[in-house]
Design a protein around this ligand. Structure first.
Ligand SMILES: *Cc1c(COP(=O)(O)O)cnc(C)c1O
Length: 378
């Protein structure tokens, strides 16, 4: 009989979600708007300390509307993080713009501000001042927001924060996603809190959020009949799912602490192994450790990441390589890229371990035991 499966980052429901969902049924607000959506937006905005928020069907939809706000034209360039999930770049293509990629820095695995400066100057010299920077906060950790926003401000380039993986993380004590022109979050099933699927766009700019809300509801102009003057989308979040989100928000702090405890448990149990290192935590912020990521340097370890990953998989445990960098994706074969060697190395050597907030120490021990066994068999 095979052992029960351990997932990478499964949903973890708290105490209030079902009761809130029952309220939506009792009130018959089974709709893409309603009091749960309004409350979720308000409570979420308070959580990340921004004045305005709109709940949407996904983080991808949130990023799409953020880019739409900038009214990009075909051929316009948008600077993106190289090491990320494809959802942080796809909306650039929806808007017929061209992504330009910037590699990570060692201390955070997020966008390197020095390389960003180089990229921006290079593009300006070619008459292609970037129309936006989409900055990803990877695996629950803030990027160097100061470093990046300084360069953006200097060249008057709007900064969009992709905080899909980093709700609960801070930079200098401030929530990620709250500094730039706007921030996007995801409530996909694998994120730190979930609505099964959903997203949020937040901003200091009321006009931006109002417009996003308008576009997300088929761009319906105010009139008793159906009147439309612009292309719209069906991007609103269901009132039922917003109820789940409200319940999840109430346990966010506990979820962050549980994920950080997972990380510490792995670190205590594995850091004596040669060539094995953990994703660093930059000193300017606090990571949620959404996923615990390790790297295995094959020359120091005498084994490679793939041997460890395959052994873990054979034990019915889910573990995955670090994101494959965008310049290695066939989709972005012809894109311009600044740097690339660090992201490539993280992809080759990096492994994401099971990191759910509901994992027991027995689960963590199972993962640790496999890794130690692979090391012994070198
Ligand atoms: C999950 C994720 C998204 C997209 O969020 P969805 O809600 O799944 O659309 C965007 N960017 C990053 C970095 C993500 O991890």
């Amino acid at each position: 009989m095979s052992k029960p499966r351990i997932f990478l980052s499964p949903p973890h429901i708290g105490g209030d979600e079902l009761k809130l969902v029952q309220e939506t049924f009792a009130s018959n607000w089974i709709a893409p708007l309603g009091p749960q959506v309004d409350a979720f937006e308000k409570e979420f905005a308070a959580t990340v300390d921004v004045p305005y928020a709109v709940a949407l069907s996904s983080g991808t939809a949130a990023l799409h509307l953020a880019l739409r706000w900038l009214r990009l034209k075909p051929g316009d360039e948008v600077v993106c993080s190289l090491l990320t999930f494809v959802a942080s770049v796809n909306p650039v293509l929806y808007e017929s713009a061209t992504p330009v990629f910037v590699d990570s820095e060692v201390r955070s695995w997020n966008m390197d501000p020095a390389l960003l400066a180089e990229a921006v100057e290079n593009r300006i010299k070619r008459g292609k001042r970037p129309k936006a920077v989409v900055l990803v906060h990877l695996y629950g950790q803030s990027a160097d927001i100061d470093g990046v926003s300084k360069i953006c401000a200097q060249h008057e380039i709007p900064l969009i924060e992709d905080a899909a993986e980093a709700l609960g993380a801070t930079h200098m004590g401030k929530a990620v996603g709250s500094t730039g022109l706007c921030g996007i979050f995801s409530f996909n099933g694998n994120k730190i809190i979930t609505t099964s699927g959903g997203g949020m766009l937040v901003s200091q700019d009321k006009a931006l959020i109002d417009k996003a809300r308008f576009w997300a509801s088929q761009a319906r102009n105010p009139a008793p009949h159906y009147e439309h003057s612009e292309v719209g989308y069906n991007y609103r979040l269901s009132n039922v799912l917003a109820a789940i989100g409200r319940g999840q928000l109430r346990v966010l702090k506990e979820r962050v602490e549980a994920r950080r405890r997972n990380f510490e448990y792995y670190q205590d149990a594995l850091s004596d192994l040669p060539g094995l290192a953990f994703m660093p935590e930059a000193d300017y912020g606090r990571s949620t450790r959404w996923l615990t990521c390790i790297t295995i340097n094959p020359t120091e370890a005498g084994i490679d990441r793939e041997r460890v990953r395959v052994a873990i998989t054979e034990e019915n445990i889910e573990a995955r390589p670090v994101w494959k960098p965008m310049h290695l994706q066939p989709l972005f074969r012809n894109c311009t890229c600044f740097g690339g060697t660090l992201a490539e190395r993280l992809f080759d050597h990096g492994l994401c371990l099971p990191s759910g907030s509901s994992l027991s120490t027995a689960d963590l021990d199972r993962v640790i035991e496999v890794i130690r066994r692979v090391y012994k068999s070198r």
